[in-house]
Design a binder for this molecule. Structure first.
Ligand SMILES: Cc1ncc(C[n+]2csc(CCOP(=O)(O)OP(=O)(O)O)c2C)c(N)n1
Ligand SMILES: [Mg+2]
Length: 546
């Protein structure tokens, strides 16, 4: 019988009882499977400790993309995302992704090492004040001190997931990892509270709904987080109410449902806003104004249904129903006694108008942006997870990518940071290895994160990335055009993305016709290697759209 090798000696910092081990143990208990980060001297102890807990340390090419990966892992899996950086240049690079998770309301624990505690008060090389830097882009920025380690970790975890969820940053001095930590693992509840409904406002909150003849539901990210899909469907069907969703909530309501009424502020946005303007009541179900791209300009009365009170006040609402969104919708359904307000034909006519608006500006015989979305959607096997980047292509894809399942579409629409799509696709595939993963990205955003394709190939993740190649930061160039400016800094030289794909260990294909794109996208479900498709689009359609 062969002898098993001796286990590697456990370093002091990863020994039972150290601060590094306690944190790693909490992460494991919280169900974390990957820590996304980038190394530095100040974090080698914790990288070691998480490995001993069976958590994979995934190194991205840079910290900002590591944070996007952590965010996307949380979006896909519904748990907590974790990212890691060293001090100074590592933590400053992490910042963008921390802000993204915070404004996308995704629970993220971001951890940065710091110089040893004995030097922090006076030393300047690579030292920035993490507390001050992360405070404006997180819910909480704390220092993990060994003497109260368990409390700080619990506070960080609980705060990250509590409604509204977001990012929490922990700073850990390099010498603190190996210190004995106070406390033990006692995981706090990391799920939303049980179904209780709080009502604010004078009088009967149900009267406006009972009186409404043309109500519209507007479902947002809190509905997605709370898995309120079944209750949304029930209320929509029972009361005959069309459902508009926000981009980040895509999939919470099946988009092939007869009462589906489009995505807010994506292509064709005027048609959706007209529906809201002509409604006599908007039921805002977990809608978070962080997703508004246009200002809220409609005068329609709103009934606020959310996990938190209406402290944004972007719309006024005389009544606020506060609690888990599914429970609130379930309560409304239980009280409903009226007839359905809309018939399916009227909602279908609205969808036809929206579809026509989305297709407007196509040139027959060219590879239009809408063609790329249509062809990619048709090629995507059931269960595909889509990630987008930010720009004109996102606005096109966000409206017409048919989503039928929650957490199957990852669209950054809080901070709306470019460079998200590629790392998000990688993290989605790591989180759900059973699912095909596709990214639709602009050429500007792809350039920001293209070297991450090396991570996809190294880890053997067969993600497919379709780049809308228009040699332009199109969304900004269109703004310049609309005010008569030349395209200063918004036109760029094309890159040979096929060569780039090959240099990063991926397959690469260039296409400039619908038929070639269809061919390049065949066999998505069974691909073994990552693929980059350089789709040379004609961007003229965007001019009609925005
Ligand atoms: C990190 C970051 N920098 C700048 C912006 C502002 N911005 C929004 S869309 C856009 C253009 C994106 O260009 P591209 O990726 O090529 O997509 P396209 O609009 O051409 O589809 C820019 C610069 C941003 N959202 N994020
Ligand atoms: Mg572009």
């Amino acid at each position: 019988m062969t002898q098993l090798p001796e286990p590697a000696p456990v370093p002091e910092s990863a020994a039972p009882g150290s601060t590094a081990v306690l944190l790693a143990g909490y992460l494991r208990a919280a169900g974390v499977r990957h820590v996304f980060g980038y190394p530095g001297e100040s974090v080698i102890d914790v990288m070691e400790a998480v490995g001993h807990q069976g958590i994979a340390m995934v190194s991205a090419v840079r910290e900002a993309t590591a944070a996007f990966m952590a965010e996307a892992a949380a979006m896909t899996g519904g748990g907590l995302g974790v990212c890691l950086s060293t001090l100074g240049p590592g933590s400053t690079a992490l910042l963008n992704g921390v802000a993204a998770a915070n404004l996308d309301r995704v629970p993220l624990l971001a951890i940065s090492g710091q110089i040893e505690s004995s030097r922090e008060p006076f030393f300047t090389h690579q030292v920035v004040d993490h507390g001050r830097m992360f405070a404006p882009v997180s819910k909480l920025a704390l220092r993990l001190e060994p003497a109260c380690a368990d409390i700080v970790i619990r506070k960080a975890l609980r705060t990250a997931v509590a409604e509204r969820p977001g990012a929490v940053h922990l700073t850990v001095n390099a010498d603190a990892w190996a210190e004995p930590a106070a406390g033990e693992i006692r995981l706090p509840p990391l799920t939303p509270a049980a179904a209780a409904v709080e009502i604010y406002g004078e009088g009967d909150p149900l009267r406006p709904l009972a009186a409404a003849r043309r109500p519209v539901l507007l479902a947002g990210i809190a509905a997605l987080r709370g898995a309120a899909g079944p209750e949304l469907v029930r209320l929509a069907e029972q009361a005959g109410i069309p459902v508009v969703v926000s981009p980040m909530a895509k999939g919470v309501f099946p988009e092939d449902h007869p009462y589906f009424a489009g995505v807010l502020d994506m292509a064709g946005y005027r048609v959706v806003w007209d529906l809201l303007a002509e409604a006599d009541l908007i039921l805002a179900a977990g809608f978070d104004p962080v997703e508004l791209i246009s200002p809220w300009s409609v005068r329609t009365p709103v009934l606020h249904l959310d996990t938190v009170p209406n402290t944004d006040q972007v719309y006024a609402s005389a009544h606020e129903l506060v609690g888990p969104v599914g429970a609130l919708l379930g309560w409304l359904s239980a009280q409903w006694t009226g007839e359905p307000r809309w018939d399916e034909a009227a909602v279908a006519a609205h969808r036809d108008r929206l579809r026509a608006a989305w297709l407007a500006g196509r040139t027959e015989g060219r590879l239009n942006p809408s063609d790329v979305v249509t062809i990619a959607r048709a090629a995507a096997p059931a269960g595909t997870i889509l990630a987008t980047d930010v720009g004109s292509h996102k606005i096109m894809a966000g409206q017409a990518w048919l989503a039928t399942e929650p957490r199957s579409v990852l669209i950054p629409n809080g901070l709306s940071a470019m460079g998200f799509g590629v790392p998000a696709a990688i993290a989605a595939r790591l989180t759900r290895p059973d699912r095909p993963v596709l990214a639709l990205v602009g050429d500007g955003g792809f350039a920001m994160a293209a070297t991450e394709m090396r991570i996809a190939s190294s880890l053997g993740l067969p993600v497919t990335v379709v780049v809308f190649a228009d040699n332009s930061l199109n969304r900004i160039e269109l703004r310049q055009q609309s005010v008569g400016y030349p395209p200063t800094a918004t036109r760029m030289d094309g890159m040979d993305l096929v060569a780039l794909a090959e240099a990063t260990g991926c397959d690469g294909v260039r296409v400039d016709t619908p038929a070639a794109l269809e061919k390049a996208l065949t066999g998505l479900a069974t691909r073994a290697r990552p693929l980059v498709i350089e789709a040379r689009i004609d961007p003229t359609q965007y001019e009609t759209q925005f």
